[in-house]
Design a protein around this ligand. Sequence first.
Ligand code: PMP
Length: 395
Amino acid sequence: MKNKEIYLDNSATTSVDPAVFKKMQPYFYQEYGNPSSVHKLGEKARQAMEKAREQVASFLNCFPEEIYFTAGATESNNWLIYGLINKITEESSFKPHIIISAFEHKSVIEPAKYLEKNNLAELTLLPVSKDGLVELDILKKAIKKNTRLISIMYANNEVGTVQPIKEIGKLIKEINQSRKQKIVFHTDAVQAINYLDCNVNSLGIDALSLSGHKIYGPKGIGILYLRKEIPIISLIRGGGQERNMRSGTENLAGIVGLGEAMKKVKSLGSIYNQNIKKLRNKLITGILKDISNSQINGSMENRLPNNAHISFRGAEGESIVMALSQKNIFVSTASACASHSLEPSYVLISIGLSPEQAHGSVRFSLGRWTTNQDIEYVLKILPDIIKRLRKISGR
Ligand code: PMP
């Protein structure tokens, strides 16, 4: 009989919740209309899409008109950065300044670096602390007269550290009071949605990106939340969908799935957070107790409840992933997006790990379906795996 799969890679992606999948199904073959069509089938598709937009808006506490459906957070991050900076440079001769943290996801770093390289913007990569946190006084010092965009992720996708988003929002609001050219505050909230308060008004967020497949919804769908007054140009032009801001026939089933997934996250509440944290803590305590020379990376206090990121001295992360995979346990080294590279993770280097420590690190990310037995099984077999790999590497 096939061993049960133990999936501890929920930060890379999640399975679609069966209840979400069920709600999506009709939109593939019964309610398949194009939301732009004027007939009855189109009207039904439009209604389903607008219901999903309301579900998302209710989660974020914003207006439905401030939600734009995209193909995912990569697109949302690219759009926000290029779209905003393009708009600003169209309207003024100032070269705008962008601040992002050094350990943002590549979909924030790459567009920002592209703009810098092509002389279209100045860029500051903000260093982060050894605990994996953006520090407010360092951010404050980095702000210049021409700063127009600050993009700080809500929670880091590798080490799971949670950034002081509310404090950053407050700081930017204060600074903006005396400015004509406002600073836009964007957060990549991909990893935060499942666990953290994402009320854009109380947090002072102007723009936010998320992806459906990290929250038990489908892949290939996401949103950009954009506060009404924020200037931006569209990047994907054509038929004028999404109020002329993001053209292309909408991913209707994906949109319905995203709305339902957000509704489900909202309904789970804090008990779910406490349970997953208990399991995660059990995993961390067990590993640190039973495996010598192992250490947890990033702040324990300001951390997503599902994340355990651990370095095992003298063992290669990739080999640990492969050995666990043979036992049907799925974890990862760097984020899934960076795992094609042999370079040590820039995220881990940014929080002060040596290349050797970075290479010996594994991310365990628990999820909605993780059980106590799963954790006990991992704790049972991991010490021998590490021992064996350390022996092979001769360290
Ligand atoms: N930002 C963060 C923090 C992420 O973890 C990811 C996915 N790894 C993305 C952005 C990109 O999401 P997607 O691949 O769904 O576009």
